[in-house]
Ligand binder design. Structure first.
Ligand code: ZN
Length: 144
């Protein structure tokens, strides 16, 4: 099944991803840290956090920051898994870290679970074939 991707679903995934990372680091997420991480103005972040609260994805406690509901955690877990598989894939292709991060942040919202399974298998195959990996890395090293 293809992912239904909208600007809203993309934003929700970006927020859940960063909120989950902040909770791992600090135990909770605050609007200011989300704003900094996503480079979005704090008032816009507050508005989005209210929508995530209404959707039942975050528990937002005034003055304390927020945590994820079980449903929010499940969605965050899925997006973070997609991110890490795609990041590993691009690393095997020899893509530099900055480019890879930028590409993954775009790709992770659009990829179906079926395509992701194919990429997971390619990762296995590439790791078993260093010469193929080397040929691909040579190709990606070349500037356009
Ligand atoms: Zn990501």
């Amino acid at each position: 099944m293809p992912n239904i991707v909208t600007p809203e679903s993309t934003a929700v995934e970006d927020y859940l991803e960063i909120i989950s990372h902040l909770i791992d680091e600090k135990g909770y997420a605050r609007v200011a840290d989300i704003a900094k991480g996503l480079e979005i103005a704090p008032p816009s972040v507050s508005a989005m956090v209210r929508r995530l609260d209404e959707k039942g994805l975050v528990k937002h406690e005034k003055y304390r920051g927020m945590t994820l509901t079980p449903e929010g955690e499940e969605l965050a877990r899925r997006i973070i898994k997609r991110h890490s598989i795609l990041a590993e894939f691009l690393k095997l292709l020899g893509i530099d870290d900055e480019t890879a991060y930028h590409d993954v942040e775009g790709m992770e919202h659009h990829i179906s679970s079926q395509t992701l399974k194919g990429i997971e298998q390619i990762i296995v195959e590439l790791k078993n074939d260093p010469r193929l990996c080397g040929r691909i890395k040579n190709a990606t090293r070349t500037e356009d």
